[in-house]
Design a protein around this ligand. Structure first.
Ligand code: ATP
Length: 353
């Protein structure tokens, strides 16, 4: 989009009237045309951050919100040029689809003929051609959300804000809409901020993902960054499944009951946590030359395209691995595991969460 705008939050904190500090002062820069996903557990401050950008909340003293070079900190939502999509659709139930979409255009006094043309173009964009005359209560949840999206885009906002828009939909529909939304956001090139607590949604949609924890930003990065290079224990645990083995390293190895893993030189003599992803582990039944560890299968989960195994290797937490090669693992079976060195993440001197 030619006019895509950047967004900057400078020292934006939020304390509510009851004294609750929902957000500690954060710094966040969103590039023009980028889709940024705010991800984190319930109560971490995602929605508050989105509402500060929208102009539905205002930051504590000292905080600033910029759209491009414009300081919008004190502007209310209707003066910011933002479009919003909510989890609960927030459509006008007594109006048709077309009337809902045209609502903002009517307020802006767009002539009727032009409005009709625009409604048709927007309905086509969200794959809802021919639905203009339908009543809102005659739509499915997914269709309602498509209409809500069309309505938000109708006024050609500078910024599109989406607050858990797919959360109320069932899994299959969520996946379809996620794919459509992904294509649409890329095609439009609009600056978009998307709130979710669903990490796979965040990975699928975000150019960058902001992981939040208790009113703070834990990490900002591409989906690959936060998956493969989590900045701390919290991010590592929150994104996907991560194995962790903690101990004190000596001789370049971290020893535990079921085996050992190689450590970097910075780990020597230090309490070290090694982390690795289930899909990075090589799994062999019985004995394996140069295995890193051996253990017994505690449980098996057949997932169709792969099987997930929980393995007791004598550490506090069982190790999770994934394998696609065989679906008939037996509980109690002895198994060998190898973890390539490049798949190991080292964390030093951080108390396990
Ligand atoms: P969820 O996924 O559950 O919506 P969230 O990450 O979006 O969570 P926020 O809604 O931003 O979290 O809330 C952050 C914190 O601020 C929470 O502890 C919440 O209870 C508190 N909070 C939010 N809005 C208000 C308010 N209007 N008054 C007081 N406290 C609030």
């Amino acid at each position: 989009m030619k006019n895509a705008v950047s967004i900057k939050l400078i020292q934006c904190g939020k304390t509510f009237a009851n004294g609750a500090q929902a957000l500690q002062p954060i710094e966040l820069e969103i590039h023009p045309g980028e889709t940024v996903v705010l991800l984190g557990p319930s109560g971490c401050g995602k929605t508050t951050t989105l509402r500060l950008i929208a102009g539905l909340e205002f930051p504590d003293a000292g905080g600033q919100v910029l759209f491009g070079d414009e300081d919008v900190t004190a502007l209310p939502i209707e003066k910011r040029g933002v479009g919003m999509v909510f989890q609960n659709y927030a459509l006008f139930p007594n109006m048709t689809v077309g009337e809902n979409i045209a609502y903002g255009l009517k307020i802006r006094k767009m002539p009727a003929a032009q409005r009709l043309e625009k409604i048709e173009a927007l309905l086509e964009m969200v794959h809802m051609q021919g639905f203009s005359q339908r009543r809102i209560d005659q739509l499915s949840g997914g269709q309602k959300q498509r209409v809500a999206l069309a309505r938000a885009l109708a006024v050609e906002p500078k910024v599109l804000l989406l607050d858990e828009p797919l959360t109320a939909l069932d899994a299959k529909l969520r996946e379809t809409l996620r794919a459509d939304l992904n294509q649409l956001l890329r095609k439009l090139g609009i600056t978009a901020i998307y709130v979710t607590h669903d990490q796979s949604e965040a990975m699928a949609l975000g150019d960058r993902v902001v992981v939040m924890e208790r009113g703070k930003i834990a990490q900002i990065g591409s989906p690959q960054d936060i998956y493969y290079r989590p900045a701390n224990h919290f991010v590592a645990d929150f994104i996907g499944t991560m194995n962790r083995i903690t101990g004190t390293a000596c001789d370049g190895l971290l020893h535990f009951a079921g085996g050992q893993l190689p450590c970097d030189t910075a780990s020597v003599g230090k309490r070290t946590t090694l982390m690795f992803r289930p899909e990075d582990v090589e799994v062999v039944a019985g004995e394996m030359d140069d295995a890193n560890m051996q253990g017994d299968i505690l449980s098996t989960f057949f997932l169709g395209d792969r099987t997930r195994l929980l393995i007791d290797v004598g550490t506090e937490q069982a190790v999770v691995v994934e394998t696609g090669r065989r679906a008939s693992w037996q509980i109690g079976e002895r198994i060998s595991l190898r973890v390539p060195e490049h798949a190991l993440l080292h964390f030093h001197d951080e108390a396990p969460a």
